[in-house]
Ligand binder design. Structure first.
Ligand code: HEC
Length: 148
C-alpha cells in the first residue's frame, strides 16, 4: 500500500513537471522551435521594411531564403494525435485538408518572396507587397488553427 502511494505521488510529480517543460526533441518542441525561428526572421524583415532596422538588400534576400526553407518544415512535426500542451486547435487534425492548403499557401508566398529578392539592388517598396502576402499567410492560418 505504501509503495503504491509512493508510486502514485511520483507519477503525479512527473506529470506536473511535464506540463511546464516541453521536450525540445518532441514533435511539439521541434515545430515550436521552427515557428519561433520563422517569427524571428519575419520580425527582422518586417523591421527593415518599416524602418525599425536599416534596410540591407543582401540581408533581406538571405532572410527570405531562410524563411522559405523554414516554411516547409513545421508540418512534418504534427503527430497523429494532438499533444495536451499544444496551442493548435483540434481543427488541425479534423480539417487536415484546409490546414495543408494553408501550409502550401505559406510555402508559395515565401517562394514568391525569394523570387522578388533575386534582382539586386533591392528596393524596400519592391519587396514590400510580397512580404505582406507572407505575413497574411501566417495570420490566415493562425486565425483558423491556432488557439492563443
Ligand atoms: C498552416 C498553418 C500555419 C501557418 C501557415 C503558420 N503557422 Fe504559426 N502556428 C500554427 C499552429 C497550429 C500553431 C500552434 C502551435 C502548435 O502547432 O502546437 C502555431 C504557432 C506559432 C508560434 C508559437 C510557437 C510557440 O512557441 O508556441 C509562432 C511564433 C508562429 N506560429 C509563427 C508563425 C509565422 C512567423 C508564420 C509565417 C511565416 C506562421 N507561424 C505560419 C500554424 C501555422
Amino acid at each position: 500500500m505504501k509503495l503504491q502511494l509512493l508510486g502514485l505521488s511520483l507519477m503525479t510529480a512527473l506529470v506536473l513537471t511535464g506540463c511546464d517543460r516541453i521536450d525540445p526533441n518532441s514533435p511539439l518542441g521541434k515545430r515550436k522551435a521552427i515557428y519561433q525561428q520563422m517569427l524571428d526572421i519575419k520580425e527582422d524583415l518586417g523591421g527593415m521594411l518599416r524602418g525599425r532596422l536599416p534596410f540591407d538588400g543582401a540581408a533581406f534576400a538571405a532572410g527570405a531564403v531562410k524563411l522559405d526553407e523554414l516554411s516547409r518544415q513545421p508540418w512534418q512535426h504534427y503527430p497523429a494525435v494532438k499533444e495536451e500542451q499544444s496551442d493548435a486547435r483540434d481543427d488541425v487534425w479534423q480539417q487536415q485538408e484546409r490546414f495543408n492548403e494553408l501550409a502550401r499557401m505559406l510555402e508559395a508566398e515565401t517562394a514568391a518572396l525569394v523570387a522578388a529578392t533575386t534582382v539586386q539592388p533591392l528596393k524596400p517598396q519592391e519587396v514590400a507587397p510580397a512580404f505582406q502576402r507572407v505575413e497574411d499567410a501566417c495570420e490566415t492560418c493562425h486565425k483558423e488553427f491556432r488557439a492563443y
